[in-house]
Design a protein around this ligand. Structure first.
Ligand code: PMP
Ligand code: GLN
Length: 391
């Protein structure tokens, strides 16, 4: 992989080059609303094309408050909402607002690929606490053990990319308690809050510690429009103000026609969100069933667009990155392979793991094709370990 290129960009590029089925980068083939697309198109032609207010259009900031009151019981005021260019910018603004040179930020490993680079760009040091498989939780003792006098923030992601795990009540409460005891900020990346696939509902850390939590959201995930890059920061007014101070010199504003359309999307009824969720559950179940029948060992996924496969338990004695680099170009019947994401890309120092991440938010046809190819690759490499890509 080229230095400086994200694993998602790298694998999507290889998938295009080799005609592979792309189960790598997390974007869906379905799940959005045509009415939201129409609202965006209309906003462009009706004058929403000049700089909006720096903190976001008032109609979207209000819509965010109404949405979270309705879906998560949070009592928010628009003064607590800053609209950003995706969750990525919300994370950058939040991290830079609370951590600088000499500070430490606690991250959980595996960690979404942007976290550690953003912490380092802020001049701070990432300190990792391992999430422990198979349920990918961290204990109170492990989190407490990572806190030092230099710690400023704990960054948590639930539901979790890449594992699909949902943080349990014990882990969430431990983070809230420890943050209070040590006067830390919690940055809570909840972009997958609507893509809940199991029975456990989403629990926001903002509800547990509203005075010190920065909640990060993304319309890209809520409305299945990942390319739109509309996100937000939600925090107590003074904390939101600190994030706004950073946001104004990162991107300043976010395209207003998309803000108008996202406001319309957040006003969709609960039944729309439930139907979208049901589509993702069906897609997960389809991929899991097809791969399980082909002998793959998969881990449970309770949220996000992702499910993880265990290479070792599937009889494949290869490291994750080596497998992904080979599988994207190799397929027994010729033609392209399958793009997946190595878990190592989310680990500190890129350490090798036996896990790969698969995106199941795809059409039935793509899932059937992807699973057939992965099953063929597994059979071939299990029978002849050591076969190189393309053989
Ligand atoms: N955080 C997590 C955990 C994600 O999975 C993603 C994207 N999949 C982001 C942040 C970035 O979101 P956005 O595209 O809105 O910047
Ligand atoms: N967040 C998406 C994923 O995890 C990809 C985002 C990106 O390409 N940077 O696949």
């Amino acid at each position: 992989m080229q230095a400086g290129t994200t694993i998602f960009e790298h694998m999507s590029g290889l998938a295009r080059a080799h005609g592979a089925v792309n189960l790598g980068q997390g974007f869906p083939d379905f799940g959005w609303s045509d009415a939201v697309l129409a609202a965006g198109a209309e906003a462009i032609t009706t004058g929403y094309n000049q700089y909006p207010p720096m903190r976001g259009l008032p109609e979207l900031r209000s819509a965010v408050c109404v949405f979270y009151a309705r879906t998560q019981g949070l009592a928010l005021d628009p003064a607590q909402v800053i609209i950003t260019s995706g969750a990525t910018e919300a994370l950058a603004a939040s991290i830079m607002a609370v951590a600088g040179a000499g500070d430490e930020v606690i991250l959980f490993a595996p960690a979404y690929d942007a976290y550690a680079p953003l912490v380092r760009r802020a001049g701070a040091v990432p300190v990792f606490v391992d999430l422990v498989p198979p349920d990918w939780q961290a204990s109170r003792a492990a989190i407490a053990g990572a806190i030092t006098p230099a710690t400023r923030a704990i960054l948590i992601n639930t539901p979790h990319n890449p594992t699909g795990a949902v943080a349990g009540a014990a882990m969430l409460q431990a983070i809230a308690d420890l943050a209070r005891a040590h006067d830390l900020i919690i940055i809570s990346d909840e972009v997958w809050e609507a893509v809940i696939l199991g029975s456990a509902p989403h629990v926001s850390l903002f509800g547990l510690a509203p005075e010190r939590t920065i909640k990060v959201g993304s319309a890209g995930k809520l409305l299945a429009l990942t390319g739109w890059k509309v996100g937000w920061v939600i925090a107590a007014p003074e904390l939101a103000e600190r994030a706004a101070q950073v946001h104004q010199f990162l991107t300043f504003t976010t395209p207003p026609p998309l803000q108008v359309a996202v406001a319309a999307g957040l006003a969709l009824p609960d039944s729309w969100f439930a139907a979208a969720r049901a589509q993702f559950v069906r897609a997960r179940d389809r991929l899991v069933a097809a791969l399980t029948a082909g002998g793959w060992a998969l881990l449970p996924s309770d949220g996000s667009y992702f499910v993880m496969a265990d290479l070792a338990a599937s009889g494949i004695a290869m490291a994750d990155r080596e497998f992904c680099e080979a599988a994207v170009i190799s397929i027994a019947q010729g033609g392209g392979g399958v793009a997946a994401i190595p878990l190592g890309a989310f680990m500190p120092d890129g350490r090798a793991t036996p896990y790969i991440r698969l995106c199941f938010a795809k059409s039935d046809e793509v899932l059937n094709d992807g699973a057939a190819r992965l099953n063929a690759v597994r059979l071939r490499w299990q029978q002849s370990p050591g076969l190189a890509a393309g053989e």
